[in-house]
Write a protein that binds this ligand. Sequence first.
Ligand SMILES: Nc1ncnc2c1ncn2[C@@H]1O[C@H](COP(=O)(O)OP(=O)(O)OP(=O)(O)O)[C@@H](O)[C@H]1O
Length: 272
Amino acid sequence: MVEQMSDGVKLRVRQASKIYPTASGDLLAIDRCDLDVRAGEIVSIVGPSGSGKTTLLWTMSGLHSLSSGEVQLDGKPITAPSRDIGMVFQDANLLPWRNVQANIAFPFEIMGQQPDKAWIAQLMHRVGLEGFENRMPRELSGGMQQRVALVRALSFKPSVLLMDEPFGALDAFTREEMNHLVEEIYLDTRTTILLITHSIEEAIFLADRVIVMSARPGRIASEHLVPFARPRSMEIMSTKEVFDLTNIIKKEIVGDQKSMAGRPRSTARAAG
Ligand SMILES: Nc1ncnc2c1ncn2[C@@H]1O[C@H](COP(=O)(O)OP(=O)(O)OP(=O)(O)O)[C@@H](O)[C@H]1O
């Protein structure tokens, strides 16, 4: 693991803009975004559909380049995928012809490295998959597949975990279980986590800070602190604080969507 910066900032996004060339012209997806994520922090990002949340996350992973601006990990520019950044997507993306163990080993094989078997066994135990190592993906429920994806993402002991709507395809009960699991893993490892979600409740339950993005072109519109100690229980979700915060964030997102609806749908130009 790379050491954190002295100011405690793990991920730093500065003036990040991304333009996609499309058949109908350039599309400005994110516009001059600034964001600092401190080491050991859980930050959720919410926003209207198409506001550039995935674009922002992918640039942080090193999978996409920016058109302008910079993303840094521990003070160094991120230009390519790194072992220090793990990712979990909505789809577990397991290879159907490989069993659980072989799926987790796959990235290590590609890189010609030996997995830390003891650490992976510990993770498997942590997520409740001990004994499922030889199962094929088709034998697992959606929630179990996402647990495998979590283990695979954490198998490299990343210092940052990026999650893109990881539980969006799961039923409400399984999703709640996964939220608890993520928090438990966080409390064990103190991995810095950045989570994109469409669920404001999930964003609040998991995060120390909720970032709201504006409608396209995506900008950082606001941020809200979530002042609850950990471990959190679902009971916090019925408190007045969470109720009020949920409504504030919902209004911000819905208000933004409405104002977008009144705007002409021309392609935006890059920010100068
Ligand atoms: N590869 C691409 N080429 C062209 N346009 C793209 C590409 N990827 C994303 N976009 C566009 O960029 C904008 C932002 O997309 P992005 O997926 O980052 O938003 P999002 O907030 O994650 O959306 P959602 O909440 O619906 O998943 C959208 O208008 C999308 O259509």
